[in-house]
Design a protein around this ligand. Structure first.
Ligand SMILES: NC(=O)c1ccc[n+]([C@@H]2O[C@H](COP(=O)([O-])OP(=O)(O)OC[C@H]3O[C@@H](n4cnc5c(N)ncnc54)[C@H](OP(=O)(O)O)[C@@H]3O)[C@@H](O)[C@H]2O)c1
Length: 388
């Protein structure tokens, strides 16, 4: 799910490299039907879904010579999520749009290779409970969580002292607060180490990505927020660490390439030969670590706040961030407005429990409207965003 995106394309590259091991049962994408058609012709899935009915109709025509069922909308995503031939569903739609299809895949008993962190941020407790009820495993695709998952085999859960997520620090790691006020979306889209989709690239620059990952780690590994730390590591070679009570620290290292964690999630517990480029530490030479600066990058602190507040607050953080990032990508607000919009939306929210998917979607919708209202008021000069 999300086959035309950055993770989706890397997943298909892994499948292509190991044809004896993997076959594609179903594909879902948003609107890029040109690329999707190529993928359908190459990988021959039996079920496909796209967001819009028009796009589905167009694809049905262009794929008329193939034996493939093509669906549209959320119902279509659910068909793909629950495709009978699939053993594992790769959840790589961006944002909250991935929540309902991912839950559908869990309810259909599919193991989940999870890239979409917003799923656990928005409804972590609910999603984990569904997994337990269905006997479904989540295999992390996020490189940090894949690293932690790998390090956790070194000792029992009770002996974990803390988790340490590493962060590249993004393109503006050394920028002053004043410099940050002026950065453009084009600058923010140039990540120093990773090539990723647009939303996650902006999230990496604001450190919101790391905040979302802290929440994701909390739900995936059952560790309290105060025992999840973050270290800025600009080389992106140490993908994350687990510190044990005896002082031992397990770290997973590798070149920054998403094909490694994707392949591990698909092949676990096996390791596939030659998936990632070899790591040459002598060529890299130096690995450095520093504390994140939440004064300049407050989104990370807001994510901890949201996790501690609990209930619907992380869903609100994530949805407000999605809206703010979208406006920033259209150059309608400043980079430094992103945390402002997120925090103002959180301040206006009283968290409530998330007992059903509908509760998560309701909080998500509320936050989107609130964030849009804050932005519109700011742009019209009636609010505090945009420095006005
Ligand atoms: N990229 C990475 O290296 C990376 C690493 C770790 C985690 N992740 C996570 O993985 C997820 C995907 O990231 P990405 O970088 O691959 O994003 P991306 O390149 O923007 O791709 C997003 C995918 O989702 C599809 N999509 C968007 N809206 C949709 C909707 N409403 N319904 C169905 N499909 C929809 C897009 O389809 P169209 O393009 O066809 O419209 C595309 O296939 C995110 O949650 C991200 O945080 C990414």
């Amino acid at each position: 799910m999300g086959s035309t995106g950055s993770i989706g394309q890397s997943t298909l590259a892994v499948v292509e490299k190991f044809p004896d091991r993997f076959r594609v049962a179903a594909l879902a994408a948003g609107n890029n039907i040109e690329l999707l058609e190529k993928q359908v012709r190459r990988f021959k899935p039996s079920t496909v879904a796209v967001v819009g009915e028009k796009a589905a109709e167009k694809l049905r025509k262009s794929c008329g010579d193939l034996s493939v069922r093509i669906f549209a909308g959320v119902e279509g995503m659910i068909e793909v999520a629950a495709a009978p031939e699939a053993d594992i569903t790769v959840s790589a739609i961006v944002g909250t749009a991935g929540l309902v299809p991912t839950i559908a895949a869990i309810r259909a008993g599919k193991n989940i290779a999870l890239a979409n962190k917003e799923v656990l941020v928005t409804a972590g407790e609910l999603v984990m409970a569904e997994c337990r009820a269905q006997g479904v495993h989540i295999l992390p695709v996020d490189s940090e969580h894949s690293a932690i998952f790998q390090c956790l085999s070194a000792g029992p859960h009770r002996d974990i002292k803390r988790l340490v997520l590493t962060a590249s620090g993004g393109p503006f790691r050394k920028y002053s607060k004043k410099d940050l006020e002026k950065v453009t979306s084009a600058q923010a889209l140039k990540h120093p180490n990773w090539s990723m989709g647009r939303k996650i690239t902006i999230d990496s620059a604001t450190l919101m990505n790391k905040g979302l990952e802290v929440i994701e780690a909390h739900w995936l590994f059952g560790i309290r927020p105060e025992r999840i730390g973050v270290l800025v590591h600009p080389q992106s070679i140490v993908h994350s660490m687990v510190e044990y009570h005896d002082g031992a620290v397990m770290a997973q290292l590798g070149m920054p390439d998403m094909k490694g964690p994707i392949a591990y999630a698909l092949s676990y517990p096996d390791r596939l030969a030659g998936v990632s480029p070899a790591l040459d530490l002598t060529a890299i030479g130096t690995l450095t670590f520093e504390e994140p600066d939440t004064g300049r990058f407050p989104c990370l602190a807001y994510a901890y706040e949201a996790l501690k507040a609990g209930g619907s607050m992380p869903a609100v953080l994530s949805a407000a961030n999605e809206v703010a990032v979208m406006y920033f990508l259209k150059d309608e607000i400043k980079f430094t407005d992103i945390p402002r919009v997120v925090h103002q939306t959180m301040e206006a929210h009283t968290p409530s429990p998330i007992k059903m998917v509908e509760d998560a979607l309701k909080a998500d919708l509320w936050a989107r409207r609130e964030a849009e209202g804050i932005i519109e008021a700011g742009v019209k000069g009636q609010g505090i965003i945009n420095g006005r």
